[in-house]
Ligand binder design. Sequence first.
Ligand code: ASP
Length: 330
Amino acid sequence: MNPEKNLKNVLIILTGGTISMKAKGSMGVVPSSELADLLNEFPQLNSVANIDVMEYLNLPSPYITPQMMLELAKLIDLQIVDYDGVVITHGTDTLEETAFLCDLVLTTRKPVVFTAAMRSGSDIGLDGPRNIIGAVRVASHHDSTDKGVLVVMNDEIHTARDVVKFDTGKVDAFRSVDYGPLGSVDPDTIVYHRSTLFRESVWTDKLDTAVDLIKAVAGMDERHIRCSVETGAKAIVIEAFGRGNLPSSLVEEIRNALKKNILVVICSRCYTGRVLSEYGYEGGGKHLEDMGCLLAGDLKGAKARLKLMALFGKYNDPDVVRRFFLQGRD
Ligand code: ASP
């Protein structure tokens, strides 16, 4: 760090992803170690904040596990004491999960901002440098305090809870599909358009990863649920149809899971909206809730899974987890 008066102090933690990758001939796009050097010599960055760069990981984000997400959160908690904000670069594929888990477990009110790139260092029209500058500007801005973990991509600011990777390749791949972005990274300033009324936290230093996620498809049978039950799942998240409905062919195995005190949590495989206790036919959302399943509101399946891992890591008691999972929902 080269401290300049009045500039905020921001730590950038590198974890890998396309933003740290380059094309290497027939090998395709692979991790490279040049990002840290580039950032240290990035003049536009040093005029935005006093920067330190930590090369923590250099992994494609499909390799990132929930345990690694938790370790990263612990690192952020430790480091942020010495900084005004922290920016994390990450692969886009699992970014929304890492950002959400960090959002659940972090206690800091200081800005923590994830960013990434859709284009590698060898592509024309790089989005990585612009996203990093945007993320550092957001992390240095006074209005970013106490907003939970943020994600900055393509000049937009999203909350970790709302954001999803929506597109496989475009630079505007990240969207807050239900409610829209929280704000914008404009050339002259950072603008917040709205605030979030609903935030959730699980302050734990342990995860229990015995939580499965199953997606409903037309005509499916009970094998996947049975497999989860027989292999020790403590909770099963099911991405059901529409408002949270399933075929009746799954009901018996769900009942069996509930009898064994395994939590069954219903999300929707739709892109937006909440699940609801509406349909009373066998397997409908109301019927499932009456049986003892939990409805996850608007929380997406992958994030509900992480929240359950955090809750089981903290409480290890299905009844307590059930209570805390529903907190803020009724
Ligand atoms: N596969 C890459 C990753 O998630 C994609 C990316 O970073 O955009 O690491």
